[in-house]
Design a protein around this ligand. Structure first.
Ligand code: PSU
Ligand code: MN
Length: 304
């Protein structure tokens, strides 16, 4: 017996071998401010559906790991305060204690893999933080990509991270980093991080086949698909860098570290850009949801 609770819609889609896209909940509770977070969470699900797949938002509610949430559950999470931010290390602890928590990329991958969902769309992943040579702050998302067989569609990683080090760690861990439709690695709000991506693919079917080939080779872990933000929504890198620098200085001045760092930086950047960072964030998440649905559709049409 599985410990997961699938929503009826997700259970049915999986049973019928229809495409399903997992979605995380930390983006709702810790990544975006109320009330926009609720509207955006709903729009992400709508885009997945418009592109022919079933959305499966993941969260722990009162100790139960849900894959696929009802709208009322999403609304409650969006408004809730002091929800835990769950990764591999604390997922089981939260469930055993009967508490509520939002799943990060790492925890969402664990749930998706265990439900048999192969594709997951989000905004940005965690990575190697700047200054990690001192702080050792490397997101558990990276390790998870090397263990759980899920293809994660993100818009690259934010420049709040050390992107060259993030690529190095992913290479060491054996995680394919695939830029979609361009040579350069996208950097979340900007289409290019100024670094070449290790791999490039232009076709969702190719991404689906590569995912399945890993399985046939018995390689653990998934793939990271880095999908550039739509050009019209991009904030150029040169404009973001000083904002990021300022937010990081503020984090240091306030002694913010560990799990609190990423949510703090996101909130601070939102304030410093007077909401522009959020508009870009919305555009890229919706774009990723659409690509995730297309990859999921290719995946279910493959044998085995
Ligand atoms: N990056 C973003 N937006 C986010 C996150 C990361 O651009 O909302 C969230 C994701 O849930 C990710 C988590 O898995 O932050 C990583 O947190 P940490 O750096 O503490 O591992
Ligand atoms: Mn961290």
């Amino acid at each position: 017996m599985t410990i997961l609770t699938l929503s009826p819609a997700v259970a049915q889609a999986l049973r019928q071998n229809r495409p399903v896209v997992a979605l995380e909940s930390t983006i709702i509770t810790h990544g975006m401010p109320w009330p926009q977070n609720l509207d955006i969470a709903r729009r992400i699900e709508a885009v997945v559906r418009e592109n022919g797949a079933e959305p499966a938002t993941v969260a722990v509610i009162d100790g139960t790991l849900h894959v696929g949430l009802e709208d009322a559950q999403i609304e409650a999470l969006a408004q809730a305060r002091h929800v835990a931010k769950l990764s591999r290390a604390d997922l089981a602890v939260c469930m055993a204690a009967g508490r509520t928590g939002a799943t990060t990329v790492a925890a969402t991958m664990i749930a998706a893999a265990s439900a048999g969902i192969e594709v997951f769309a989000t905004g940005g992943i965690g990575g190697v933080h700047r200054g990690a040579e001192q702080s050792f702050d490397v997101s558990a998302d990276l390790q998870e990509l090397s263990q759980s067989p899920v293809t994660v569609v993100a818009a690259g990683a934010k420049a709040i991270l050390d992107l060259p080090k993030t690529l190095e760690v992913l290479e060491t861990l054996g995680v394919p980093v695939i830029a979609f439709g361009q040579d350069m690695l996208p950097a979340f709000w900007s289409r290019s991080a100024g670094l070449r991506a290790p791999l490039r693919m232009d076709d969702p079917a190719e991404i689906a086949r590569a995912h399945r080939m890993r399985g046939r080779l018995d390689l653990p872990g998934g793939q990271l698909v880095a999908n550039p933000i739509p050009a019209e929504a991009e904030i150029p890198r040169a404009e973001m860098l000083p904002v990021i620098g300022r937010a990081m200085q503020d984090a240091e001045d306030h002694g913010i570290s560990g799990k609190d760092l990423t949510p703090y930086l996101l909130q601070r950047i939102f304030e410093l850009t007077e909401g522009r960072s959020l508009d870009a964030n919305v555009a890229l998440v919706l774009n990723n949801a659409a690509l995730g649905a297309r990859i999921a559709a290719e995946m279910v049409s493959l044998p085995g």
